[in-house]
Design a protein. Sequence first.
Length: 104
Amino acid sequence: MRIGELARRTGVSERSLRYYEQQGLLAADRTPGGQRDYPERAVDRVIRIQELFAAGLHSKKIAQLLPCMRDADGRPSEIATPKLVAELSAEPPLLAPVVIHWCW
């Protein structure tokens, strides 16, 4: 899907989506014309990123967390590490529900 559709479906500005891509939080393929082309799963990824920002995390910490986020089938990612989950559990209380919901 194009960046405008992703922005509309997630309520996130196109500028923010470009920032997420620049920070390594979101990936897009490119069309032959150079336009971004996001997969359907990008909708869930953007929603997760927004929840993590709302919980008080900065983009570098989010980039560390995203690999442990649950896959589409509801299971933890195979590359999730117990050390990362423990480190994130020490973050501010707002983050606890997010970690519990998305990790392990």
